[in-house]
Ligand binder design. Structure first.
Ligand code: SF4
Ligand code: SF4
Length: 217
């Protein structure tokens, strides 16, 4: 298991940017999006990473890590890396990077951590020919095909989901009051999945307890 210097288990994948693999956010509440044509000039590669966390609202782990990771890469390798300000869809990028697949609850199921991770990405003008071609084919998680879907049945606000979260506004409304407290936020459709829980059990307990230890640079 890869563990970064902040003792957060992580996974990483890279794929070549193309018109087919860069998917803008067309439904983001702030209307932010970035199409392939809008990528910074010379962009060739998309670096996607999944950081382990078993909390719903550990976004600051992802955000702080991205800041640290990006400034370190720029310091060591120059201005070959940049951030998209969250304007490209993460789940689809993670799929193309080979990090995981999309599950019936519409969440990325990471190959190492199941639903217990947050994903982010950065762009680079360096080529990635040696690393990987984008993962293609069926983006849906195989486990879901013959599953009675406890993830769907357990949703407290009956969100409809089938590899897409059709009632995402209901979910967002339900999560809203607990957003400041990661311990209270709903993860019912994540923890109901036996495959995700099985992967969680493989993460050493001392790394789970250290998940908040991300110092500012
Ligand atoms: S509980 Fe079943 S349907 Fe839901 S994400 Fe897990 S494997 Fe897929
Ligand atoms: S996080 Fe909770 S409210 Fe949102 S879809 Fe999953 S189970 Fe439903």
């Amino acid at each position: 298991m890869d563990v970064n210097e902040h003792r957060i288990p992580f996974d990483l994948g890279v794929f070549r940017a193309s018109r087919d693999t860069i998917i803008p956010r067309d439904y983001h509440p702030n209307g932010r999006s970035m199409a392939y044509e809008e990528l910074p000039p010379g962009t060739q590669s998309v670096i996607v990473y999944a950081l382990f966390t078993a909390k719903a609202a550990d976004y600051y782990i992802r955000d702080e890590f991205t800041e640290i990771f990006l400034s370190r890469l720029q310091r060591e390798y120059g201005q070959h890396f940049c951030y998209d300000n969250y304007r490209i869809l993460r789940k689809e990028a993670a799929y193309h990077a080979g990090i995981g697949k999309i599950a019936r609850n519409s969440i990325l199921f990471s190959r190492h951590y199941g639903f217990n991770c947050k994903i982010d990405l950065m762009l680079s003008d360096l080529p990635c020919e040696d690393v990987a071609a984008p993962q293609e084919g069926d983006y849906r998680l195989e486990y879901c095909q013959n599953c009675i879907a406890p993830c769907v049945q357990t949703c407290p606000v009956n969100c409809r989901m089938n590899f897409d979260l059709f009632d995402w506004r209901h979910c967002s409304h339900h999560l809203g009051p607990a957003i400041q407290n990661p311990d209270l936020m709903c993860r019912a459709c994540l923890t109901a999945c036996p495959h995700s829980e099985a992967l969680l059990k493989q993460v050493p307990q001392h790394l789970i307890l250290n998940r908040f230890a991300v110092p500012r640079p």
